[in-house]
Design a protein around this ligand. Structure first.
Ligand SMILES: [Zn+2]
Length: 287
């Protein structure tokens, strides 16, 4: 398999290579652990593998199928959308997917269905149950990809039918994301709205934005922890400042806003809109 520059650990690469070489690729993958960004990257690589039309090593990254897969615009790859504020994958959408799974692919040899962040968006009952039969007895040419922080949130019967790729719990945040998240939080405490807008406008691409927002959320959670007298290990300095300034209600609201922003990024809402929205919501809470 061609991992397109992804930094996976060797044992994960070896197992994927073996599955591919021996034609034993499963009909369902669960990608767990790591960061949301790394799960998304591996997910894109596997979906491209599934649709790639190259005769050589897949995904080639060059053919039209690969390009569309990496841009997430391939007509045979369906990204479950979810609905409502929490972006839950609702029964109606899942039933539609089950129906659609029996129809042949359009352009590629396979169809892919992607369900991201299943711990938050795919409740076990009854929603996972709707997918169960299709995952147990999949039509030919189908690949399901489910991503989650912790695969234990998935039904045992789903886990046993899928190959789980665990990216490990080394949740390392890139320097860029931690710097920007601290900048956003620090400008939240300043009186000028412009500073905050300037900071949120630095959310420039989808994956980096998700990583930054996850980081903002975790610093807010640390600061909230500190207020209850518990000192989280390795908390950022900004957490201490926030802790001394904001109330518990404000923290909870800010965490909620940050989570909604992550969902908006996942829904492909324009980053410009998200930045403006985020700034106004943060300001409303911290005034
Ligand atoms: Zn290709």
């Amino acid at each position: 398999m061609n991992f397109q520059g992804l930094q996976l650990n060797k044992s994960l690469e070896n197992s994927l290579n073996a599955l591919d070489r021996e034609n034993r690729m499963p009909h369902a993958f669960i990608i767990s652990g790591g960061s949301q960004k790394s799960r998304g990257e591996l997910c894109d690589c596997l979906s491209a593998w599934a649709v790639c039309s190259s005769e050589g090593e897949k995904p080639c990254g060059e053919c039209k199928n690969c390009k569309n897969a990496f841009e997430r615009v391939h007509s045979d790859i369906y990204y479950a959308k979810g609905s409502g504020k929490t972006q839950i994958y609702k029964a109606e959408e899942l039933k539609e997917i089950v129906r659609d799974a029996s129809i042949k692919p359009n352009q590629a040899d396979r169809k892919v269905y992607v369900f991201e962040e299943c711990d938050k968006r795919l409740p076990q009952i009854p929603n996972q149950g709707i997918l169960l039969k299709t995952i147990e007895e999949p039509p030919q040419d189908i690949l399901f990809i489910l991503t989650c922080e912790n695969s234990k949130t998935l039904l045992e019967t789903i886990r046993s039918r899928a190959v789980t790729l665990n990216l490990g719990d080394g949740k390392k945040t890139s320097e860029q994301a931690s710097e920007l998240s601290e900048e956003i939080l620090a400008s939240m405490l300043k009186s000028s709205e412009f500073e905050l807008l300037k900071a949120t406008y630095k959310l420039s691409d989808r994956f980096a934005s998700l990583e930054t927002l996850e980081c903002v959320e975790s610093i807010l959670a640390d600061a909230l922890c500190m207020q209850t007298g518990y000192e989280p290990k390795g908390a950022a300095d900004i957490a201490e400042q926030l802790c001394g300034t904001l109330t518990k209600t404000q923290f909870l609201e800010l965490i909620e806003i940050t989570r909604s922003a992550q969902l908006k990024v996942n829904q492909n809402v324009s980053l410009e809109l998200i930045s403006t929205w985020l700034c106004s919501q943060y300001r409303k809470t911290v005034r």
